[in-house]
Design a protein around this ligand. Structure first.
Ligand code: NAD
Length: 239
């Protein structure tokens, strides 16, 4: 029960990494509020509450966080996990696709942190975990907008960690390598094989392997940990 009594909001909880985080955190005693723009393919565990929340919408964030604080009295942990991916290189990237990526993967993280710190600061306590990527620290060809937002999330996390350190709020980023989820299942198989072949462990990771990293950062075990980038990537970035 490493999260006993903690009130946690997870975005993008219906699928992949977010769903694994929701299941693990509930098992560890948290009151989890699972949010997404779609329903989960696999039902959330008993006790988990769910609500629709589009991370690009200011109104959804304000209403969602107000509802959580109204019912549970506080928000202890925010997992900013919702995300999309796209592969276009700069010369093929249309303005609307660039703006959509920024809206979901970067503005969503900003809005989530803004709403979370609004209610965490008065309590002088809180933990925020933002899901970045190995493409927030390094590059492959193409996927320009995705690299842009994941790099931004890495530095936004460090900035928030510095800004709110005196408010007792810890902010860290998690950087998964290749993880088997519906997001990567939908990708070109050749692309997936290439990333796995370039991974020292020679396999893709599983959502639970990312959820365990989030668990540490969300828990009080990480009380001296802020502004770090936790890379969970089968050794990819160590090369
Ligand atoms: P996924 O597609 O399985 O799940 C993403 C979830 O986000 C979906 O349920 C989707 O409905 C939700 N979502 C999309 N747009 C949203 C919006 N506007 N508002 C709210 N929810 C929205 O993907 P995943 O692989 O589990 O990815 C989760 C996070 O991990 C993403 O931020 C992704 O960039 C990151 N990541 C994934 C990998 C990987 O290999 N799978 C690697 C590095 C980073």
């Amino acid at each position: 029960m490493r999260l006993e009594g903690k009130v946690v909001l997870v975005t993008g909880a219906a699928s992949g990494i977010g769903h694994a985080v929701t299941e693990l955190f509930a098992k560890e005693g948290a009151m989890v509020i699972a949010t997404d723009i779609q329903s989960p393919a696999k039902a959330y565990p008993e006790g988990v509450e769910s609500m629709p929340l589009d991370v690009t919408k200011e109104g959804d964030w304000a209403a969602g966080v107000d509802a959580i604080v109204g019912k549970h009295g506080r928000l202890d942990v925010l997992i900013n996990n919702a995300g999309i991916i796209a592969y276009e290189p700069i010369h093929e990237l249309e303005m609307k696709d660039w703006l959509h990526m920024i809206a979901v993967d970067q503005t969503g993280v900003f809005l989530g942190m803004r709403e979370a710190v609004r209610v965490m600061r008065p309590k002088k306590s809180g933990a925020i975990v933002n899901i970045s990527s190995i493409w927030g620290n390094s590059a492959v060809a193409g996927a320009h907008a995705y690299h842009a937002v994941k790099g931004a999330v890495r530095n936004m996390s460090k900035n928030a960690a510095m800004t709110y350190v005196d408010d007792g709020i810890r902010v860290n980023s998690v950087h998964p390598g290749f993880i088997h989820t519906p997001l990567t299942d939908a990708q070109d198989a050749g692309l997936n094989d290439a990333v796995i072949a370039a991974t020292p462990m020679k396999r893709g990771g599983t959502p639970i392997e990312i959820a365990y990293g989030c668990l540490y950062l969300a828990s009080d075990e990480a009380s001296y940990t802020t502004g770090v980038e936790l890379v969970i990537d089968g050794g990819y970035l160590a090369q």
